[in-house]
Structure formats: C-alpha cells, structure tokens
Design a protein around this ligand. Structure first.
Ligand code: UTP
Length: 313
C-alpha cells in the first residue's frame, strides 16, 4: 500500500488535545472514607486530589478533560461545576479570596463525563472514552496519582509527537515494591529520559520482575489502544488491564499504531489512593504552604521528638 492510500496511519501526527481521567474505581483501600465519597475527592490540604490532576492536564496544554466516573461520583461533577448559591453568599460577604478559590475549579477546563457503569478495570475505564476521543491520540491521568510537575506529561506528549505510538511514565522503585505496580522491560534510546518498552508485567513478584521501572499513572495512548482493549480478556483480578493492552501495542508494528516508549520520571509522585502515602502527601503539601508551614513545622518537629522519646523509653 502506498503512503497516500494507507488508511491505518492518517492521524498519527494529530496532536494530543484530550485528557482522560479515570475515577470510577471502588477505592477499597480507603474504606470506609470512600463508601460514599470517591477517593479522588479526598482533600490534599484544601483541594481535592483530582483538581491537581486537572491542573496538570491544563498545564500540559490539554483543555478538554473527560472524567470516567462511577457510582457516588456526583461530588466530582459538582466540584467542577459552578456553585451559584455558595458564590452568591461569598460575594455578599465580600470574601473575594474564597470566591475565587470556589470559581477556580469550574473555570479550569472543559470537563466532560462518562459513566463506567461497572468498575471492570482501568482498561475498561479507558475504553469508555472511545466515543469522546475518536481517532486521536490522548492522555490518561489517573485521578489519584499526583505528579509534582507537568513537565513529565508535556515530555510524554512531545515523545508521542516525535515518534508516534504510545508512551508510559516510568518511575524507578525498590525491588520490594515492584509487585505493587506494572513493571516494564526497557531498552535505551538515544535520549537520556526516554526508553523503548519491550515487555510489561502487571504486579510481578520480585523474582520475576523484568526491571525496577514501574508504570505510574500517566499515559499517552495511540487510538489503536481501543481496538486492542475491545479484545483484551479480563486479566489479573478479573479486570481488563490497560497494561495488557499496552503490552500488545509494544509488540505491534508502528504502521498499526504500535510501539510503546517510556519517559522516566524526574521528580516526586504521590499515590493518594494509598493511606500512608496520602497522609505523607497532605503533610508535604501543607508544609510547602506559607500560610500553614509556620504553625505546622514546629509542631511536627516537636511531635517527632516526642515519638522518638517515647520509643527510647
Ligand atoms: P486503582 O486500582 O488504584 O483504583 O485504579 P481502585 O480499584 O479504585 O482502588 P482500590 O485498589 O480498590 O483501593 C487506578 C485508577 O483507575 C480508576 C480508579 O478510580 C483510579 O483512579 N479505575 C479503576 C476506574 O476508573 N475504573 C476501574 O474499573 C478501576
């Protein structure tokens, strides 16, 4: 087939403009808090985790955001909508700072919603974005995964633009921790921060992990991922795994939308779906805030001293 008539690649160079944020999981690790509140709405100081994720998408140039929501996800929709009564009350009081903070989330991006219906896994959640995304590459940002800087996603979008295919974000973890993540076998490219992904294993035991490179919650997917997800059977935990679909794409020819590259994370990442890490995130974010640090830091030091003293007896 000549390049002119090749129907499989006409949109390879189309830009990434849409962000998909899956937020339909059950959040069982955070029960009972997540019984009626999505874990993505748990506050990191005074802002829900998912707002940081939308801000990152916008800072990466993605203003069209599709949230994949599930049961009891109404609060997400309300958070990114206007709150007229509240705004009027704040306006009447002349409380401009709070008024602006309330409006911020509804003015951030163009936010759309689709329901997952049943939480059948991250791969299935991504499949729910098919009608909205169409034949274009798109970014996926997990709603409970916070990344300190938008540089990572920007770089991933750039790598997609330069090479096509899909792109995952990789973070180096301790060998004991690989079993908590999808893990990638990688080969170097000519660029320091980019690798070629040759294999992906979902939550491997330490002995069977191909590397210490863990897949974290940012992806740029070629639209070919939808075709693969349609035929991907439920994998680990009876869920349709995005990792399984990406593995197939890693083994697929570039002309068919295949090829997976990894961009290495430089900076901090916070998994707010995990209790201990959620607390660490709140403390770190609070300590960076001038309005809170002054009060919090001396207390923290004193608290740690007290704990150390108690441990020594
Ligand atoms: P997790 O596996 O961390 O979410 O999925 P979970 O299943 O809600 O969490 P636990 O393990 O029960 O505590 C990663 C992301 O994918 C979304 C989640 O909302 C989370 O942002 N997800 C997961 C979906 O949207 N749909 C699903 O079916 C599964």
């Amino acid at each position: 087939m000549s390049a002119d008539t090749d129907q499989t690649r006409p949109l390879t160079s189309s830009p990434v403009t849409k962000a998909v944020i899956p937020a339909a999981g059950l959040g069982t690790r955070f029960l009972p808090a997540t019984k009626a509140t999505p874990k993505e709405m748990l506050p990191i100081v005074d802002k829900p985790a998912i707002q940081y994720v939308v801000e990152e998408a916008v800072a990466s140039g993605l203003h069209d955001v599709l949230m994949i929501t599930g049961r009891s996800k109404r609060s997400i929709e309300d958070h990114f909508d206007r709150a007229y009564e509240l705004e009027e009350a704040l306006e009447a009081k002349g409380d401009v700072d709070r008024l602006l903070s309330v409006r911020e989330s509804s003015d951030l991006a163009q936010v759309h919603y689709v329901r997952q219906g049943e939480p059948r896994g991250l791969g299935h959640a991504v499949l729910c974005a098919e009608a909205h995304v169409g034949d274009n590459p798109f970014a996926v940002l997990l709603g409970d995964d916070l990344i300190e800087t938008a540089d990572l996603l920007r770089r991933m979008i750039e790598v997609r633009r330069e090479h096509g295919g899909s792109v995952v974000a990789l973070m180096e973890v301790e060998p004991e921790q690989v079993s908590l993540y999808g893990c990638a076998a990688v080969e170097p490219t000519g660029e320091d921060d980019v690798v070629t992904v040759t294999d992906l294993v979902e939550k491997p035991i330490k002995e069977e992990a191909p590397s210490r490179w863990a897949v974290i919650g940012r992806y740029v997917c070629d639209p070919a991922v939808f075709g693969v997800l349609h035929r991907t059977p439920p994998g680990r935990g009876a869920e349709i795994q995005l990792t399984d679909a990406l593995l197939e794409l890693a083994r697929t020819a570039p002309e068919e939308g295949g090829g997976v590259r990894g961009v290495l994370l430089r900076g901090q990442r916070y998994d707010t779906g995990n209790k201990a890490e959620y607390i660490r995130t709140v403390v770190e974010f609070a300590c960076r805030r001038p309005d809170l640090a002054e009060e919090l830091l001396p207390w923290l030091r004193e608290f740690v001293d007290r704990q150390d003293g108690a441990a020594r007896g």
